[in-house]
Design a protein around this ligand. Sequence first.
Ligand code: SF4
Ligand code: SF4
Length: 124
Amino acid sequence: MTTPPRYDCSKCPGYCCSYDRIPISDFDIARLAKHFDLPVAVARRRFTYPHVHDGVREQLLRHHRDDVYKSVCRFFDRKERRCTVYAARPNVCRRYPSGPRCGYYEFLTFEREQQGDEEFVPSA
Ligand code: SF4
Ligand code: SF4
């Protein structure tokens, strides 16, 4: 039996989508290309950029500026605070937070209780 999630992304401004380093695979790029009806090479260039981490080349999701966090994934709707490519989102996003608990959500909930403000967003 699967344990139900103990976090609610609809109450979170999308902290995990603000990670600087969100590496995605060729499969993910191909899925995004299909979603937008674009050639894979165009999707790769438009949505990702190359980076080297621990000597390994990877493709990271591009960001755009954000008022809540410094920047967020380019697919994140900054007004609605949600993913705009949910059905075509990369596997790394599907797997997160890989269990029933999200550490940031617990931090967020604790801080909101302390502040007595349900909208409070602590700097992470
Ligand atoms: S940080 Fe946690 S609660 Fe917030 S959007 Fe990501 S998974 Fe959901
Ligand atoms: S693709 Fe969607 S879920 Fe993944 S980081 Fe970007 S906005 Fe978040």
